[in-house]
Design a protein around this ligand. Structure first.
Ligand SMILES: CC(=O)N[C@H]1[C@@H](OP(=O)(O)OP(=O)(O)OC[C@H]2O[C@@H](n3ccc(=O)[nH]c3=O)[C@H](O)[C@@H]2O)O[C@H](CO)[C@@H](O)[C@@H]1O
Ligand SMILES: C=C(OP(=O)(O)O)C(=O)O
Length: 444
């Protein structure tokens, strides 16, 4: 079993560059199958297990997909199959994002129902309600959801009970080819939604209002391939901001977009971290003494749930009592038990965790419970006494490129090894073999 071995105690210094955003690239790649003519060229694509998985989903539907030099080329002008089987959805829930494009273009889509995962039950009822409002019939059975639209989808006014990122994306993609106008109210406002809207508009769609709580889409008859560059990954950037802060280091996070990270910047400043927004990124200078604070995860522009476990690592090192309240997912505290192995004092009360700091962190064997927990446990290892060994790295590979290499480049005493103790880089190996090798690594 591969593991990260990190010895605590090094202050991080230097600069690190963030990749394109995982959560932006997945919907953009699925949106590219809306194009009945022309190719799409998607740049700044991170070399992640999730990207290999979504590429496989598309290839399995007969689309042509190439991935080289951080660029994905797709061609969906041939006849596309309208099914995504369980083996893909099991690996990555975001596979359900093919539903909207397939339904809109072919009037049919069949995808394995995504189950819950380590962070919650994660239903897709809001996606389905949106499709129904646009004229689709929904059948759920034998572990699959099947959608059928007898004619072309029609525009509709859709109010989301909560601003779901995936539902907003799926409905936006379906509406792009529907007849007439769709209005999505109480929609998600994440930067990744804006990135998807920009890509759709380059394909010939008419989407306005992305980034606000109401999106309006005037459906068009057909869409074509387009070129697009993916926005920087705000969660990867935030993770390295915590790495700088927790080690009392001084690091420049190149390519980080401060407008996407307002809530994270503000909380780090409350904790005593110095932040400079520089021309080519964000500089983070960790203090000698971190101060306690509270966070509540919320949809954007609130504090992102995908930064919750990394902030927990930081709060464990802060003086005083910090409280984290998770409101986005009902069960995103699995990492608390792993942090407990590192000599920490935390109490879970309902949707909150109360953290008594500073902990005298001790290196330990810990297992990642999801991709952000993998990063967070490694961050704690950067300041723990002795060696921390992090396993279950299949989670990490879904969302972080060269995580150990980047931390080592900043001065961390860290390596990733296989069961025989030999150094490994999962993506370097997999690129030589083939795409599928990495797709196998991923499992949500
Ligand atoms: C690939 C991707 O972009 N993943 C992100 C996306 O996930 P995802 O799109 O799955 O997250 P959602 O915004 O949809 O989920 C938010 C909440 O709404 C609930 N819900 C969602 C849909 C639905 O039909 N019914 C329902 O009840 C979910 O269970 C969850 O409690 O946004 C999350 C919230 O920012 C992030 O943590 C994930 O990293
Ligand atoms: C929860 C996450 O991703 P996903 O929705 O793909 O599981 C994440 O990126 O932290």
């Amino acid at each position: 079993m591969e593991k990260i071995i990190v010895r605590g105690g090094e202050r991080l210094n230097g600069s690190v560059k963030v990749e394109g955003a995982k959560n932006a690239v997945l919907p953009v790649i699925t949106a590219s199958i809306l194009a009945s003519e022309g190719k799409s060229v998607i740049r700044d694509v991170p070399v992640l297990a999730d990207v290999y998985t979504i590429n496989e989903v598309l290839r399995n539907m007969n689309a042509t997909v190439q991935f080289e030099n951080n660029t994905v080329y797709t061609d969906a002008s041939t006849n596309i199959l309208t099914e995504a089987p369980f083996e893909y959805v099991r690996k990555m829930r975001a596979s359900v994002l093919v539903l909207g494009p397939l339904l809109a273009r072919y009037g049919h889509a069949k995808v394995a129902m995504p189950g819950g995962c380590a962070i919650g039950s994660r239903p897709i009822d809001l996606h389905l309600k949106g499709f129904e409002a646009m004229g689709a019939h929904v059948h759920v059975g034998n572990g699959y959801v099947e959608l059928e639209a007898p004619g072309r989808l029609h525009g509709a006014k859709i109010y989301l009970d909560m601003p779901s990122v995936g539902a907003t994306e799926n409905i936006m993609m379906a509406a792009a080819l529907a007849e007439g106008k769709t209005i999505i109210e109480n929609c998600a406002k994440e930067p990744e939604i804006v990135d998807l809207a920009n890509f759709l508009n380059k394909m010939g769609a008419k989407v306005v209002g992305a980034g606000t709580e109401t999106i309006r889409i005037e459906g068009v008859e057909k869409l074509h391939g387009a070129e697009h560059t993916i926005i920087p990954d705000r969660v990867e950037a935030g993770t390295f901001m915590v790495a700088g802060a927790i080690t009392g280091g001084n690091i420049l996070i190149q390519n980080a977009e401060s407008e996407h990270l307002r809530s994270v910047i503000s909380k780090l400043e409350e904790m005593g971290v110095t932040i400079f927004e520089e021309e080519d990124g964000i500089r983070v200078i960790g203090p000698d003494k971190l101060l306690a604070t509270d966070i509540k995860t919320l949809p954007h522009p609130g504090f992102p749930t995908d930064m919750q476990s990394q902030m927990m690592a930081l709060m464990l090192n802060a003086y005083g009592t910090s409280v984290i309240t998770e409101t986005v997912f009902e069960n995103r505290f699995m990492h608390v038990e792993e942090f407990r192995r590192m000599n920490t004092k935390m109490k879970i009360e309902g949707r909150s965790v109360i953290i008594e700091g500073p902990a005298s962190l001790q290196g330990a064997e810990v297992a990642a419970t999801d991709l952000r927990a993998a990063a967070a446990l490694t961050l704690a290892g950067l300041v723990a006494d002795g060696y921390t060994r992090v396993t279950e790295l299949k989670h990490l590979d879904r969302g972080y490129v060269d995580f150990t290499e980047k931390l080592a480049g900043l001065g961390a005493d860290i390596e990733r090894v296989d069961e025989d103790g030999h150094p490994v880089n999962p993506f370097a190996q997999a690129e030589i073999v083939n795409d599928e090798a990495v797709a196998e690594v991923s499992e949500s």
